[in-house]
Design a protein around this ligand. Structure first.
Ligand code: GDP
Ligand code: FE
Ligand code: FE
Ligand code: FE
Length: 187
């Protein structure tokens, strides 16, 4: 599938604001793929579809999590987490994307996972640092992403966890697992 077709499909699923964000993630993911030697085409498509399910009704996402036997723990955590695994499912089912690398990058773009692939990392980070993002700490992660993908990722996850904890929000275990896994692998 080419970029034009993919963008046309996703545009119908999301708001104008989210579409602008998606374009930023796409450009950033391609840049990171070039820099770190990932498949640029897969980075592009994963980025385009990463927030495909962002505006699906909660009830629909909940049904998919139950019926498709996705991680049932998701139901106890914030529904903001749901669009990533549900998105991977819907992008396969409705759009017909079959590439498992792309689907995994979509599935894990919010929580990360243990043993993230290069593509997973690129989409996670591109989502965090795309030019439309403005929040405390983003500039530091942008700088780190130029030289050290893993350090950038650790900082991004650390910022997210601290932000959630300041609001007394529960942290999905995969988020902690991802953080620990990256820190364990630091050399
Ligand atoms: P977006 O879809 O482009 O807005 O970005 P993401 O998919 O990365 O994140 C969606 C939301 O999930 C953000 O508001 C994060 O703060 C939140 N989030 C990320 N990790 C966790 C977590 O472990 N627990 C909870 N409760 N929320 C999280
Ligand atoms: Fe998202
Ligand atoms: Fe993210
Ligand atoms: Fe996003």
């Amino acid at each position: 599938m080419d970029r034009k077709e993919a963008l046309k499909i996703v545009k119908e699923q999301i708001t104008e604001h989210r579409y602008e964000h998606t374009l930023g993630v796409m450009e950033t993911a391609i840049q990171l793929a070039k820099r770190y030697g990932a498949d640029e085409k897969k980075a592009e498509l994963a980025a385009i579809f990463h927030d495909y399910a962002k505006f699906r009704p909660k009830e629909e996402m909940k049904s998919i999590i139950i019926e498709q036997k996705l991680d049932q723990r998701l139901l106890s955590f914030h529904s903001e987490l749901w669009h990533a695994p549900v998105g991977a499912y819907l992008v396969q089912k409705e759009v017909g994307v079959g590439d498992l690398d792309i689907l995994d990058a979509i599935r894990y773009h919010t929580s990360g996972r243990i043993d993230m692939t290069l593509l997973d990392k690129i989409v996670y980070l591109a989502d965090y640092i795309e030019p439309g993002r403005h929040f405390p700490g983003v500039e530091e992660v942008r700088e780190l992403a130029k030289t050290n993908l893993d350090m950038a990722l650790i900082k991004a996850i650390s910022n997210t966890v601290q932000f959630l904890m300041k609001k007394n929000q529960p942290i999905y275990p995969d988020t902690f697992d991802t953080y620990n896994d990256l820190v364990f692998q630091l050399k």
